[in-house]
Design a protein around this ligand. Structure first.
Ligand SMILES: C=C(O[C@@H]1C=C(C(=O)O)C=C[C@H]1O)C(=O)O
Length: 376
């Protein structure tokens, strides 16, 4: 056995050599970067990298070292690509992003579409964002709302994207891929159930309570406290509220939002009726223009990746390298392509920032079908 100090001195010597070689390699990579800018050659050369990895692996001895060398060189090459992307941005050769920065969203003379019925949480989100007097209409399906903006019958659509307890609204993620529509803002609405009835009703007159099955399930405690009440499942909370308003009976009540109660002229009989703490739903405001507010702080993108080792890791390295904070990641299967996934990522930043442009450039080149869904 030798001496630990001596071993470490040996390691230090080798590392100094490695750093020297790394820097030498990066210098050549910079020259290649300059050549690529001059000649309009793409930064990422997959074939060359694959050959390189096979070659260096072949130089190493034993499975462990071969694997190690492969990982090491993947990182080295990724670093040299990042250097080249940074050079591109710096020389203004990074290309323009097809998004235009605006000071504020145009909300004059607009028409807004929301999915669902009168009194729905989507409508509550819409009025919270655009104001009570907004000119609006509603459609039955999320897809109809996307189509309405795509074809221009509406300027903006309001669609739920995520609930704090139930998770994402997967259909709307997929629709962002199908349509050339972009997120320009978001609005968070607390989902707080109330019990509502007609003007003359009170807690002692109620016998039957209508609501969406999920809402009924969320208020079990209420029914335990009132064993003589019957819970009656209904299409959704807004329709239940409307039914109670239309029937005009004291023995009927509905569970839904305070917004729906207001909308249908009902009286709130009891608040805070959910068993759990109130949750919230995040809605996106979508339009057919590629615009972003200059003060926007969050970006959503999506891209596809083959289901093979290290692909996601490599893409995410662009965030780490550019010091970008990722706030959400979601994966969805790609229809008709078994075991391939589309990833949806939210991160902090603005499309005008160099670090963001740099990361997006890398991801665009290295992932499949990268799409910027919006900056808001
Ligand atoms: C340096 C180059 O750019 C990239 C980085 C590579 C590397 O570091 O070896 C190889 C291929 C390219 O993806 C090059 O094209 O040779």
């Amino acid at each position: 056995m030798g001496d630990l100090k001596e071993y470490r001195a040996e390691i230090d010597r080798i590392d100094r050599e490695l750093v020297r070689l790394f820097e030498e390699r990066m210098e050549v990579s910079e020259q290649i970067g300059a050549y690529k800018i001059e000649n309009g050659v793409k930064v990422f050369d997959k074939t060359r990298e694959r050959q390189k990895l096979d070659e260096v692996k072949g130089l190493a001895h034993g499975a462990f070292n071969q694997h190690g060398v492969e990982e090491l060189f993947s990182q080295l090459m990724s670093m040299s690509r990042k250097k080249q992307y940074a050079m591109l941005e710096k020389r203004g050769a990074g290309g323009r992003l097809p998004f235009i920065g605006v000071d504020r969203l145009d909300t004059d003379h607009i028409r807004v579409v929301f999915q669902g019925v009168e009194g729905a949480y989507s409508q509550a989100a819409m009025t919270a964002f655009f104001g009570e007097d907004v000119n609006s209409f509603h459609v039955a399906r999320f897809r109809d709302a996307m189509e309405a903006i795509a074809e221009g019958s509406a300027d903006y659509a309001v669609l739920p994207i995520e609930n704090s307890t139930a998770g994402i609204v997967a259909d709307n993620f997929d629709l962002l891929v199908d349509f050339e529509n972009y997120i320009v803002a978001e609005q968070i609405i607390p989902v707080e159930h109330v019990l509502m009835g007609i003007k003359d009703a009170d807690l002692s007159s109620v016998r039957i309570v209508y609501s969406h099955p999920q809402a009924l399930a969320q208020c079990e405690g209420l029914f335990q406290a009132h064993p003589d009440w019957k819970a009656e499942p209904f299409g959704n909370t807004a329709l239940a509220a409307r039914k109670v308003a239309q029937d005009g009976r004291k023995d009927e009540a509905a569970i839904g939002s305070a917004f729906a109660a207001r909308r249908f002229g009902l009286q709130v009989l009891k608040t805070h009726i959910s068993d759990e703490e109130a949750n919230a739903t995040r809605f996106m405001i979508v339009t057919n223009q590629r615009i972003f507010r200059k003060d926007a702080r969050k970006i959503s993108i999506c891209f596809e990746l083959p289901h093979s080792s290290g692909t996601l890791y490599n893409i995410l390295s662009h965030f780490i390298f550019n010091n970008i904070n990722m706030t959400h990641i979601e994966s969805r299967p790609i229809p008709q392509r078994s075991w391939e996934y589309r990833f949806f990522i939210d991160f902090e930043g603005n499309l005008a920032e160099p670090s963001v442009k740099n990361a997006l450039r890398g991801i665009r080149e290295e992932a499949i079908n990268m799409k910027i869904l919006g900056n808001y």
